[in-house]
Design a protein around this ligand. Sequence first.
Ligand code: URA
Ligand code: CA
Length: 440
Amino acid sequence: MNMRDVILKKKEGGALSPEEIRAFARGAADGSVPDYQLAALLMAICWRGMTPEETACLTMEMMHSGSVVDLSAIDGVCVDKHSTGGVGDTTTLVLVPLAAACGAKVAKLSGRGLGHTGGTLDKLESIPGCSVNVSIEDFIRQVQDIGCAVIGQTQDLCPADKALYALRDVTGTVGSIPLIASSIVSKKLASGAGAIVLDVKTGSGALMQTVEESIELAKAMVEIGAQAGKPILALVTGMDQPLGTHVGNALEVKEAIDILAGRAKGDLLTVSLELGSRMLIAGGIAKDVEDGKARMRKALESGAGLAKLKEMITAQGGDGRVCDDVDYLPHAAYRISVPALSSGYVARMDTTAIGYCAQALGAGRQKKTDVIDPAVGLVMDVRLGDVVQAGDSLATLYLNKPELAGEAIARMQQAITIAQEKPELPPLIYAAVSREGVTR
Ligand code: URA
Ligand code: CA
C-alpha cells in the first residue's frame, strides 16, 4: 500500500477502502507508517471527514490493534459508561455503585486526568491504599463477586489510538468528529463491555462547545455501535459550569460519598441518575428510564449504593472507612476563599479555565510525569444564576502551597462573569441520542 496515494485520495475527498484504513491503523500501531504521513492523513480527515462506514471501520481496526478484554466469564450483560470529559464530573463514583447495587454488572476501565478534565483513576487513588492496577483475572473475579470494578486500562489497549492521539494532540487535529468518535469507541469496545452509555459533554468546559456539534458526535458514536453490533446510547449534558461543586481528586471522592450518604444533591446526582437508569435498561434490569431512576433512587435512599462503594474500595485494597467518615481522605493544609469583585448575577463560567485552575494547584498534571496532590483543588460556592455581593466567596481553594493562591484567585475571578442582568440558565440534559433518533 502506498500511503501517499491514500493521503491524496482523502485530500481529494474520497472514501478510503477497508484495506486503506487497515494500513493506516496498523501503521500507526506498529510504527511502519512514519509520523509525517500519519499526520498528513489526520489533517486530510479533519478537512474532508469520513463516512459512517469509514468511521466504523477505523474504530474496529483501532480496537483490534491491541488486546481485547474478554468479559464473557461474567454472568449477564456488562454495562459501561463513558464521559467525554468534564470538570467536577465524578458521575462514575456515584453511578457505578448505585447501578451495581441494583444488580448491574459494571466492569469499567477508566482513564487519568487529561488537560483541564479530571480522571477517575486519579480520584480513586486519592483513597488511602486504593489500587487501580488490577490484573484482568482479578478484575473479572471482582465484578463477578460484587458487581463492579473500576481499574486502569491495560498497557496494550488500542495502541493505534495511543499513537494517533499523541500525534493529534501536537498537530491540531483533535477536533474532528470521526477521529474523536473512533478514538473513544475503539477503547470502549476493546475493554469488553456488552452495552455502553455515553455522556457527551457540551459547553464551556467540554471538548465540543456547541450543542449541535455534541449531538453530531453522539450520533457518530451511536452509529459505530450499530455497525459493531453493540448497543450504544448517548446523553448530551451540560458542562457550562462544573457538574458537581467539588473539583480535585479527594474532594470529588468526598462529594460522591456525600451524595451516596444522602448529604448532598444537585446536578451531579441528577446526571448520575439519568445515565445510571440507562445503564440499568442496557443491562436488562429496568424496563424504562422512569423505572431505572426509581431503582437508582431506592439504592441511594437505602444506603445500598454507599455500601457498594465501600465494598468496591475495600476489594481494591483501599480504606473503606472513608465511606463512613470522609475525614479519612487526605486533607489540604490551607483553605482560601475567592471573593467576588462586584455584585450581580453569576452569568457565565469559563469551565475550562476553572479546570486548569485546579490543575495548577496540583490536582492535575501539566506534564505526563507530574505527580498529583490528591488533597488539593477547589469547591465552588456559587452556581450560574446565583446573586452575589462584592466580597462574597465564589469558590474556596484547597491548597498545600499557599504561594499558589494569588494567581489562582485572579484566574477564578476572571473565569466567573458577574453581570447585572439575570442570565438565562443553560439546560442540564440537552438530548438523548439512540438508534431510534434524537430526543430533546
Ligand atoms: N477522548 C478520547 O479518548 N479521544 C478523543 O479523541 C477525545 C477525547
Ligand atoms: Ca456474559
